[in-house]
Write a protein that binds this ligand. Sequence first.
Ligand code: NOJ
Ligand code: CA
Length: 572
Amino acid sequence: MTPSCHPASSHGTAQQHPRTSAASEDWWRSAVVYQVYIRSFADGNGDGIGDIAGLQDRLPYLVELGVDALWLNPWYPSPMADGGYDVSDYRAIDPMFGTLEEAESMMKEAHGLGLKVFLDIVPNHTSDQHHWFREALAAGPGSTARDRYVFRAGRGSGGSLPPNNWRSGFGGPAWVRVTEPDGTPGQWYLHLFAPEQPDLNWDNAEVRREFEAVLRFWFDMGVDGIRIDVAHGLVKEEGLPDLGHSDIERIGMAADGGHPHWDREGVHAIFRGWRAIANSYDEPRVFVAEAWMGAPDRLARYVRPDELHTAFNFDYLTAPWRADRLREAIDNNLKAFGAVGAPTTWVLSNHDVARHVSRYGRPQPDEPVRALSDFLKDKPFDLELGTRRARAAALLTLALPGGAYIYQGEELGLWEIEDLPEELLQDPTWKRSGGTDRGRDGCRVPIPWSGDCPPFGYSPPAVTTEPWLPQPTEWKKLTVQAQSGDEKSVLELYRKALHLRRAHPALGDGTMTWDSTAQEEVLSFTREPGFRCVVNLSEHQIALPDHTEVILSSAPVHGRRLQSDTAIWLTR
Ligand code: NOJ
Ligand code: CA
């Protein structure tokens, strides 16, 4: 520790006040949900890993920020082969994060503060340490236990080749050959993700019943909503035919339901059943689908009135910082979702993609971007530009009709950490790509709360255990403490925008109208009553349209001119 490096001070200054805005039955149509990547949010017990105690302690921060709900990434017991998306028990909490009692207490407190709580359910696959999978390995071919998963004989002589050509999302084949209980080389099992994440067989009635029971378990405890992991992957085509096109092997989806393992028609019946369960609660519970889809009208089928409530709009997330691409994503999704009566859910970042400060802070391609390796490789990063655009993007996002998600740390303007030491990388992508793709750890670095040096108040004072991923020293300027009260900070911009959004009758769910006179590279739209949002994505300053008042802008506005990469909210 350098002499100028002061330990973190207490953070507990946020005011707690119950709110009522989320009270109506369709609160989810406009809700702003804050994504808590629990492992990196706040460490309550000082072991360097975020936990429930740390989260509970920081709930007032989320209230002050002005969000309606929080979504927690998986907190279940897990060997952590894929950051907790390898679940070994769906009805418990990993001791690393805390206990069920702590979970209940945290939720109770969140509810008391007016915050809803979403969990994450992982129905496509379990951990290979789940007792079902262990039973399947022990029971052998043809058993009831194996039928819960996707086991098949191999092809080729002696079954030594995988049953088909499907690929794992993390690289390499999607099949692993097991050794049978008698010691002979045996069947293969399917894993669309890591080998430690065997795919479940959703044609099996017991699998379906089990997940319905798991939903009820958490809903009974008071959980308000569930994010569904890989919602588009549960059902596989009968006979498991080979993939036809190498270009749809990894994440690309066939837009017409013709892909053998993504977006099959059969998933919809599952979700209709889940909706009935959610509706059976006195305060109906809600769902958000994680479904990477090729076309918005395919995604909209997941949010038809008797299916899921919302689905992340990844077209918007992956759009480059270009007016035409953003407008296309906005229009196509509003149209497709509007046709089924569902709100759109805007999202800029999450735990699977490079932070948007780092995506936007580079020369922008035409193509969609998730990782920095997508079309941004070797492009120089300009932090100031990325931050400026991220600020404008925040105002655009929060002005659009529907709900929004904020990924922890985006409200602080955090950037992607691109130089984490290789030996610390945990994302299975790193190993499975043979060390060519660094994966997603760079967006999962622990949050800086206070103080001048790591761990920046993420762990309790005087703790010497290092955070599970190292924070850069430059983040001392971005701590919650450093930004609080600084009118120019990203945090204060988010706070203002969220509070204004909640109070403004034109914002949240509803409609928008593009301004037909806006020039190219400018996004300008109105919402009723009396609201206009203008975002200047051009390289030049532009004249502001007529207005009576400036509500908020992402950068200072001088003399009725809007600078490049700036957004503004106006009263008409
Ligand atoms: C999507 C999750 O967001 C991601 O983190 C995970 O690796 C895959 N699904 C597999 O569960
Ligand atoms: Ca901890």
